[in-house]
Design a protein around this ligand. Structure first.
Ligand code: GLA
Length: 388
């Protein structure tokens, strides 16, 4: 957690004035437990918000300028919303700018502000540092203006701004989890209609351990958009059997099996199989968790990674090595990559007594087998965006 007293001092040192009128907001990062690359296919996902994230301090100004600064990055900017556009040199500031521009498009008005961020999420690690910046901004600005806060709307606007302003075709999972997370609960979200259920994460002595490969997610934008296009191709082929089909998540494994021959391209067929089988795994995982059947939950995590590796082909050597090594440690029920892939993090279900041994052994073996050093975080599940 950020030290608010210190952050307020930095704020006044940077922007002048007193601490009066400064308000503080927080939005978490997220970890996805299972259901990867299913969101933009209208399928199920099962993410949870983390206890670490982005803190934002803001204070109203008398003009319409918005001044952005961060404890993490040197780039600062002075923005007027009416003329704001994507600017490469604005770097991270494009995220908060984009979300405010898209809120303004919906008719919400904003005055001028001084704004300071402090991020605790490693960037490019697949723990949604960008969704966290987007949501803390959306939530904090809406609250400061006294606009009504609808968390689902904020998540949708953040996603829209990333798709249209930033040009990356992400699904809704990250923004939704960051907006709607709840302490000690994972979120079962059905992405085609955004209905969701908060499921208590009771793991009888087991903990989620996040392993950061420290391999930044290279190529992720182009490969991500390519996977989306392949899923759309699969839908187009399958329409011969299901004329109204719009998203892969609308059919089940048996329906795909019976009609796979309609997809002539082996790669596209593999992509479709992953999405539909992964969807099924999400529902089975939730059932397992509710029934306190953690062994089954762990097995489904392992199957998810295998499928992401062999059918969806979004893992990389570093993710595969980390999962392989994790599964050799006693007391580990499951392990898989989490997020978009191509680098970033894994999540493992580890017995509380084994966490130290896990971090030591996996860290050592990972460093021996790759060119990177790993970092580990014990993943406590926290709340979604809020005022501090
Ligand atoms: C990224 C995207 C999400 C989702 C995952 C893969 O995190 O932002 O929308 O598609 O990848 O499951």
């Amino acid at each position: 957690m950020a030290n608010l007293a210190e952050l307020k001092k930095t704020f006044t040192a940077k922007f002048g004035g007193t601490e009066e009128g400064i308000r503080s907001f927080f939005a978490p990062g997220r970890v996805n437990l299972i259901g990867e690359h299913t969101d933009y296919n209208g399928g199920y996902v099962f993410p949870a918000a983390l206890t670490f994230g982005t803190t934002m301090l803001l204070r109203k100004r008398n003009d319409s300028r918005i001044r952005f600064a961060s404890e993490n990055f040197p780039v600062e900017a002075d923005v007027v919303l009416e003329t704001a556009r994507l600017e490469k040199e604005h770097d991270w500031i494009n995220y908060p700018k984009a979300v405010l521009v898209h809120l303004a498009k919906r008719g919400y008005t904003f005055g001028g502000y001084d704004v300071l961020y402090l991020g605790e999420i490693p960037n490019g690690a697949g723990l949604s540092s960008s969704a966290s910046i987007q949501l803390v901004t959306a939530y904090g600005f809406m609250a400061s203006e006294g606009h009504p806060i609808d968390r689902v709307e904020l998540a949708l606007v953040a996603q829209e701004s990333e798709n249209q302003f930033m040009g990356v075709n992400v699904g809704i999972m990250d923004q939704f989890a960051v907006a709607n997370g709840k302490k000690d609960h994972a979120i079962l979200l059905k992405c085609n209609d955004l209905t969701y259920e908060l499921v208590p994460f009771q793991a009888k002595g087991y903990k989620l351990v996040i392993g950061n490969t420290n391999k930044r997610r290279g190529l992720v934008d182009s490969e991500y958009n390519a996977r989306r296009a392949q899923c759309e191709q699969a839908v187009a082929y399958l329409r011969e059997a299901f004329p109204d089909l719009t998203l892969l998540g609308e059919i089940n494994a048996q329906q795909l099996k019976d009609n796979e021959h309609l997809i002539p391209d082996e790669t596209v067929r593999k992509r479709a199989r992953h999405v539909i089988e992964e969807n099924d795994r999400v529902l089975k995982s939730v059932e397992a968790l509710k029934g306190n059947n953690l062994e089954t939950f762990g097995k489904l995590m392992i199957a998810s990674h295998e499928s992401l590796k062999n059918q969806y082909e979004v893992t990389c050597k570093e993710l595969d090595v980390m999962v392989e090594e994790a599964l050799m440690v006693p007391g580990v029920l499951g392990s898989r990559m989490t997020g978009a892939g191509f680098g970033g993090c894994t999540v493992s279900l580890v017995h509380g007594d084994q966490i130290e041994a896990f971090i030591k052994t996996v860290g050592k073996r990972y460093a021996e087998r790759t060119d990177y050093k790993a970092d580990f975080y014990v993943g406590e599940i926290g709340d979604g965006a809020k005022e501090l």
